[in-house]
Design a protein around this ligand. Structure first.
Ligand code: COI
Length: 356
């Protein structure tokens, strides 16, 4: 990608880098942030005051609408470094398209493409030392937009802030993940905002996820809100089932995020000759496949989670273990995907974007 910093972005560099205070060998996901961030305001009907500045606290009125009505959206992206110091993003055009789709649903004005890519390119160039080479190391990129108009009347804000943060990352989940198939709580409903990366989608999952954690599970796989008979997504990732040698995943809808990793896996499967079915997935068929031995694997796919194997699921009071597979599809897809992301293989799909 050949993008220069638009003249409308002002740049203020930090006088003291914090990079030497960070232990890059033991990072807890999303807790450490790089030296700089991007910020831009929406006011008087246009995005303005675009700036890159040292990472740090910002001042927002406690009456800002985001705090009362959750009018906010976000994205999750990553930058990777190859062994020669080249810096790459993975399908950033998809994240750009999706944040504006999410914004539209949340009545937030769309963000201009030139500013989005200009900001990312400049930030990544400035903070490239925060990206460590080596498979599994990355810089998680968190763009987000929030309503900043002061006032608690329940209507769309007329002022917003768009911010981009960078956070050095390793694995999102350490070790295998055990999940609960939801029988009561729902993540999304038809006509709602499940397809959008709206902040409240995630906040609403915390309570039921805490209940699952108390029982020793890390995540909930959300089921459809009408019947709880169909498996949808895990909130932090889309879900794939391997039945014998075929993949199965739910179709995207109003309720399910159109995940970039999800669609990349479906494309990889097609070119690898692996049959992938995209159709509603019944809880009952997965339990039956477990009983007859045809359920080989379940794994999650997402930007933060990459590809996370699931080692057990529970439904009702029963826990179903999933033994490790010698020829794991999760491991194979992860390796194919990372080879492209880290510039270790050809990229026949044009997914890799060189930044530096
Ligand atoms: C991502 O994969 O980027 C996500 O948005 C998941 C996030 C909630 C950690």
């Amino acid at each position: 990608m050949n993008i220069t910093t638009p003249s409308s972005i002002t740049v203020q560099k930090t006088s003291t880098s914090r990079i030497n205070d960070v232990n890059f060998d033991s990072l807890e996901f999303g807790t450490v942030f790089s030296d700089h961030m991007f910020s831009c305001d929406y006011k008087d009907g246009r995005w303005q005051n675009a700036q890159i500045l040292p990472y740090g606290p910002i001042s927002i009125s406690p009456a800002a609408k985001v705090f009362h009505y959750g009018q906010a959206v976000f994205e999750g992206m990553k930058a990777y470094k190859d062994d020669d110091g080249g810096v790459f993003m993975f399908r950033p055009d998809e994240n750009f398209r999706r944040i504006n789709k999410s914004s539209k649903r949340m009545a937030i004005p769309e963000f201009p493409e030139e500013l989005f890519f200009g900001a990312l390119n400049t930030l990544l160039e400035m903070d490239k030392d925060w990206i460590k080479p080596g498979l599994g190391n990355s810089l998680y990129i968190r763009p987000f937009a929030m309503a900043t108009q002061v006032g608690v009347s329940a209507s769309a804000s007329n002022e917003y802030k768009f911010i981009i943060l960078l956070s050095p990352a390793q694995a999102y989940y350490s070790g295998d993940v055990k999940v609960v198939f939801s029988e009561h709580y729902s993540r999304a409903a038809d006509g709602g905002v499940g397809f959008a990366k709206a902040a409240g989608n995630y906040g609403a999952q915390f309570y039921p996820t805490n209940l699952a954690k108390e029982k020793g599970f890390q995540q909930v796989i959300w089921t459809d809100s009408h019947t709880h008979e169909y498996l949808e997504e895990a909130g932090t990732m889309n879900i794939f089932f391997r039945i014998n040698d075929s993949l199965l995943t739910a179709p995207t809808s109003d309720r399910i995020l159109d995940g970039v990793t999800r669609k990349s896996l479906l494309k990889l499967a097609e070119t690898m000759g692996i049959k992938a079915e995209v159709r509603p997935v019944k809880v009952a068929e997965i339990k039956e496949a477990h009983a007859n031995g045809s359920l080989k694997e379940i794994f999650g796919a997402g930007t933060a989670a990459v590809i996370s194997p699931i080692s057990a699921f529970s439904h009702g009071e029963v826990t179903y273990d999933l033994p490790k597979q010698e020829d794991s599809y999760a491991a194979m897809f992860k390796s194919r995907l990372m080879d492209i992301q880290y510039n270790r293989s050809e990229d026949p799909f044009g997914w890799r974007y060189r930044v530096v």
